[in-house]
Design a protein around this ligand. Structure first.
Ligand code: HEM
Length: 138
């Protein structure tokens, strides 16, 4: 039993298909995420030191790795736990994880439009919960 078991085969399918549909719109989705995050929670902006366009690219690249790895999640674990450790060093708090998750959902909804239906939304929500759990585990 692992946290990944909450994701069904259907959820994984929804996530992978919707991510393919983001092709060509990844920068837009990333930019929108950080814009939404900084507007909904201005204090979060202070912990980012680097260029946000580049940050958006790094985040989307990591999400691609995650989405591609969903059929074989054990290959993701070490990388995600190290990423989580770096996030502790950046000073990311639990409530900031919550805001970030909301901004991710907002950006996917805006960028994918009708392709972000109820099933897709639920699947992404589950994925974010798992990522948060794995990244925050000490
Ligand atoms: C699914 C969740 C997340 C993923 C996949 C993710 C991914 C990344 C990646 C790939 C980097 C590049 C640097 C590195 O690899 O250490 C990064 C940096 C960073 N992330 Fe995240 N992140 C997530 C959640 C969050 C949350 C919730 C926050 C807080 C609001 C956050 C704040 C930061 C900060 C402050 C940096 C350093 C950038 C800088 O110094 O300007 N991240 N993140």
């Amino acid at each position: 039993m692992s946290e990944w078991d909450t994701l069904t085969k259907d959820d994984i399918n929804e996530i992978q298909i919707s991510f393919v549909k983001l092709k060509g719109k990844q920068q837009e989705a990333g930019d929108l995420l950080y814009k939404h995050l900084f507007e909904s929670s201005p204090d979060v902006a202070k912990i980012f030191k680097n260029d946000i366009k580049e940050q958006a690219q790094l985040f989307m690249k990591m999400m691609k790795t995650v989405v591609d790895g969903l059929n074989n999640v054990h290959i993701l674990m070490a990388g995600l736990q190290e990423l989580g450790g770096r996030h502790r060093e950046y000073g990311v708090t639990p409530y900031q994880y919550k805001y970030f998750g909301e901004s991710l959902m907002f950006s996917l909804e805006k960028t994918l439009g009708n392709d972000f239906g109820e099933k897709t939304k639920i699947a992404w929500g589950k994925l974010y919960d798992v990522l948060e759990k794995v990244m925050r585990r000490e």
